[in-house]
Write a protein that binds this ligand. Structure first.
Ligand SMILES: N=c1c2ncn([C@@H]3O[C@H](COP(=O)(O)OP(=O)(O)OP(=O)(O)O)[C@@H](O)[C@H]3O)c2ncn1[C@@H]1O[C@H](COP(=O)(O)O)[C@@H](O)[C@H]1O
Length: 106
């Protein structure tokens, strides 16, 4: 089991904890809008760090971003496995085929 899978499991366990003792529970108690807002903030902070921050800052913000993405996915009942399967599927599609299928959908 890798780090993201372990974190996904911890987040699932902590969702039902007391919001006083758990950040994951606190975020979930506030609802999907708050979780989405936090993800947006962490994405912005990652972008800013990538442009003007140190290597350590980019690593730290990226960790915050991945963590909040996992919280959001769970709030939408989407598993990491589903996202990985989508990435695996794309791996099997050539760049040109992918572009063609995207423009066909538009
Ligand atoms: N990886 C993380 C993690 N990364 C970031 N954070 C929290 O994310 C928050 C982001 O910081 P901010 O200053 O933006 O947010 P804030 O001011 O605390 O919150 P708001 O004012 O926005 O409500 C901080 O409180 C961090 O502690 C995390 N909190 C928890 N985890 C993992 O989740 C597990 C379960 O955590 P609990 O739910 O707290 O038990 C932990 O063991 C960790 O493995």
């Amino acid at each position: 089991m890798d780090t993201l899978q372990r974190l996904e499991q911890v987040i699932a366990e902590r969702r039902s904890a007391s919001p006083d003792s758990s950040y994951v529970a606190k975020l979930n108690a506030k609802g999907i809008e708050k979780i989405a807002q936090k993800l947006g903030e962490e994405a912005t902070e990652t972008v800013i760090a990538s442009l003007s921050g140190s290597r350590e800052e980019v690593v730290g913000e990226s960790a915050d971003l991945l963590f909040h993405l996992l919280v959001l996915l769970q709030a939408r009942r989407i598993t990491l496995e589903e996202v990985m399967a989508e990435l695996d599927r794309r791996e099997g599609v050539s760049g040109l085929d992918e572009k063609a299928s995207r423009s066909a959908k538009e």
